[in-house]
Design a protein around this ligand. Structure first.
Ligand SMILES: O=C(O)CCC(=O)C(=O)O
Length: 337
């Protein structure tokens, strides 16, 4: 590729990824090296043919396993999600099935319902306002590029990463989300993660290891951290320490779509504020459940079933039952999931 074409391509990449997050992406050695002209559609295995993504965007996701779309969710919607989260924290609303989480350093202290003690709410499929995030047309338009037209919302979270207490417990260890999922194929699953405010390295942005979506699912377990680890924050020990790392610096409304095998995590929140993001894992309704017995996912199955029994009092259920209970169709028809 001659110099002019290379810099033109780089400009296109910059436009798609935008300002500072693009700055980080350029550091990845494969992001600007292949000519889109030489890339034939039949080579795509992680994205679908539907003309929503540009060739450069498809190429980028195929190579790196993530794609940032700038300013995708409006300020007004984000404010609505924030208000609803605060209502949940004050216990003014109690959506069915919602899991409310606290940081390991404060989990055992007295419970005062407030935004300052809740670090994550998970499984908000029965909260009309928060679940609206999973049905936003601007989100689903991109999701369809990875899942196809029949879309299930499988797993929902609003993460309220707290200022670190000094024990580094606000970190999220490097992991692959597929570890938590008993459904396949992995290429038909995608996460949408939207920044609810400016997010950078100071308040603990996402960090991703580009290209790792092309590797296998690795063994996960609790990291041996001195200050403790949050419940269900499993991590990978044996990732390639020389793999490039990209810190995703994002503005309010920016959304990253990423593959469930992409190794990612987030750093310590060194700021005084609570860093908020909202996310949903979507899957093609044609995906199927798998039995994780005898696989590396057995440890998370055991933990999830224990929690389901403790919080919801449900016994004799399988991991598949738990997932079927939380899954919701958001576009097209419900098929196998
Ligand atoms: O928002 C974060 O800090 C990380 C979230 C994440 O990777 C997860 O919950 O799987």
């Amino acid at each position: 590729m001659d110099k002019d074409r290379a810099s033109a391509r780089l400009r296109v990449l910059l436009r798609h990824l935008g300002g500072r997050s693009a700055g980080a992406v350029i550091a990845h050695h494969t992001s600007g090296t292949v000519s889109p002209a030489g890339f034939l559609p039949q080579q795509f295995q992680y994205t679908r043919d539907n003309n929503i993504l540009s060739l450069e965007q498809r190429k980028f996701y195929e190579e790196n396993g993530f794609l940032v779309i700038k300013s995708l969710v409006s300020d007004a919607d984000i404010q609505c999600f924030r208000d609803e989260f605060e209502r949940i924290c004050r216990m003014e609303v109690k959506p069915l099935g919602l899991m409310v989480m606290r940081d390991v350093t404060t989990a055992k202290s007295e419970y005062v319902p407030s935004e300052k003690v809740i670090t994550k709410v998970q499984d908000f499929q029965e909260d009309k306002e928060l679940f609206r995030y999973c049905t936003l047309p601007e989100i689903l338009k991109y999701v369809e590029c990875f899942t196809g037209p029949n879309i299930m919302a499988m797993h929902t979270m609003l993460i309220n990463k707290p200022p670190d207490s000094g024990k580094k417990t606000s970190r999220h260890p490097l992991h692959q989300d597929l570890h938590y999922f008993p459904f396949r194929p992995s290429n038909s699953i995608v996460c949408a993660w939207t920044a609810m405010e400016h997010i950078d390295r100071d308040n603990g942005c996402l960090v991703v290891l580009p290209g790792t979506h092309r590797g296998p699912l690795k063994t996960h377990d609790y990291p041996q951290w001195e200050g403790g680890v949050n419940i269900m924050f499993h991590g990978i020990q044996d990732y390639d320490k020389n793999n490039d790392r990209v810190h995703l610096l994002m503005e309010k409304g920016d959304t990253v779509f990423f593959h469930p095998l992409l190794i990612h995590g987030s750093g310590r929140n060194k700021s005084q504020g609570f860093r908020k993001a909202i996310s949903c894992h979507f899957a093609d309704a044609n995906c199927h459940y798998i039995d994780v017995k005898g696989t590396s996912q057995e440890n998370i199955e055991e933990e999830v079933l224990k929690i389901a029994s403790k919080i919801h009092g449900v016994k004799d259920v399988s991991l598949k039952d738990v997932w079927k209970f939380r899954a919701r169709v958001v576009k097209g028809e419900r098929i196998d999931l």
